[in-house]
Design a protein around this ligand. Structure first.
Ligand SMILES: Cc1cc2nc3c(=O)[nH]c(=O)nc-3n(C[C@H](O)[C@H](O)[C@H](O)COP(=O)(O)OP(=O)(O)OC[C@H]3O[C@@H](n4cnc5c(N)ncnc54)[C@H](O)[C@@H]3O)c2cc1C
Length: 348
């Protein structure tokens, strides 16, 4: 199966949907593959819907390799790793890339350890350098510096990529991909652990640094009673709730949810600022969000200078309308993605 060598992107599925960031990584992987003169293979541990196949092809996968899970075995990180390791040994890709999401990051580390190869984690940029080697650039020392790392010896070269660091490429609607299945010929080892159940956490309380969508409130929300409007919007779109320092000072929310200089730094795919002025001490913590929507009564508020969509209005009036509109628009999408939300909010 020669077409499955070259560059592999491990694609993560979230309840059969492509995980946010997968198409960005496939596009990025396609560029890397082209520079090495090889093809890009998207690798999934499952069957894929026709729509997902089309999407992966449009963003640059020439081949889609579906690794078959044994029928009677439940998905677990350890079993995923064993199957992927067997597939890598069988097909010998030159480069293996995956997202630095919670699940993919876990599997990537296990896979590298099982294969006895190097792994560059949490990269912001990838390229092909001298001798056709993958050069991986990653932030270090709290992003105050960056390191460029190569793996000259072990194969495959492997890296995980921060999903917020890569942009979606322009798709090629005429592209198609060959779909292949692989049943690794291995006897699975007992993983030593058993997944008993999967419990969904409350998305509003997801660790802020991992949140794809952040809904943040500021002093403009007005009262603790009004704060539920911020929470309701977050609930409608699977967002995580955060705040400016002034909202924390008012004790509408705990200080661990504060964004900014003396709070957390986030890089979500979508940041919705409700009644936040945009003081520099706040924006330092959210300026790298991929898309920003701001709601403020003051059209001169600094937050509008950085917003992709600005709504000049009273949060007490705007939030209930937006929440209702989003609940209706996304009712068939139990776990809305940031781009779906942005599309609704971006076309109010
Ligand atoms: C050393 C230092 C560290 C700091 N660290 C942080 C930090 O980590 N994080 C942080 O956030 N701040 C921090 N601050 C505070 C920061 O300077 C600002 O005071 C704070 O961010 C302002 O919060 P805010 O935007 O909620 O409030 P305000 O600046 O008071 O803005 C409220 C906004 O709401 C709008 N508004 C009012 N009513 C409505 C309504 N009904 N509907 C819609 N909009 C409305 C107003 O027009 C205004 O723009 C720090 C300050 C210092 C000095």
């Amino acid at each position: 199966m020669s077409s499955s060598t070259g560059v592999w992107v491990l694609v993560e599925l979230n309840e059969e949907k492509l995980q946010d960031g997968s198409l960005e990584l496939v596009g990025h992987g396609h560029d890397i593959a082209r520079k090495t003169g090889r093809e890009l293979t998207a690798v999934v541990l499952n069957e894929l819907s026709g729509d997902s196949v089309r999407q992966l092809a449009r963003y640059g996968a020439s081949c889609i390799l579906c690794i078959q899970y044994p029928a009677d075995i439940k998905h677990s990180a350890e079993t995923d790793t064993q199957l992927l390791a067997a597939a890598v040994k069988q097909e010998s890709p030159d480069i293996v890339l995956s997202l630095e999401s919670i699940r993919s990051a876990d599997i990537a580390r296990r896979l590298a350890a099982r294969l006895g190869i190097g792994l560059v984690t949490a990269c912001d940029r990838l390229d092909i350098g001298e001798d056709n080697l993958l050069t991986a650039v990653k932030p270090i020392y709290g992003s105050k510096a960056s390191a460029t790392v190569i793996c000259p010896v072990s194969r495959p070269q492997m890296a995980t990529v921060n999903s917020d660091a890569i942009d979606l490429k322009t798709p090629d609607d005429s592209a198609s991909a060959e779909v292949m299945t692989l049943q690794p010929d291995i006897v699975l080892e007992d993983p030593g652990t058993k997944a008993v159940d999967f419990l969904k956490g409350d998305p509003r309380l997801v660790a802020l640094v991992d949140a794809e969508i952040v809904v943040a409130g500021g002093l403009g929300v007005g009262t603790g009673e009004n704060w539920k409007l911020v929470e309701e919007l977050a609930d409608a779109i699977g967002g995580s709730v955060a705040a400016s320092r002034r909202a924390v000072d008012e004790e509408w929310i705990t200080s661990d949810r504060q964004i900014g200089l003396t709070g957390k730094t986030v890089r979500p795919r979508l940041y919705i600022a409700c009644g936040i002025s945009g003081a520099i001490q706040h924006t330092m913590g959210m300026k790298d969000a991929k898309a920003i929507i701001a709601i403020n009564t003051d059209r001169e508020a600094p937050i509008f200078k950085m917003a992709d969509v600005g709504v000049v209005g009273d949060v007490l009036k705007v939030l209930p309308v937006l929440t209702a509109k989003l609940r209706e628009a996304l009712k068939d999408s139990p776990e809305p993605r940031a781009d779906e939300v942005f599309n609704v909010l971006g076309n109010p």
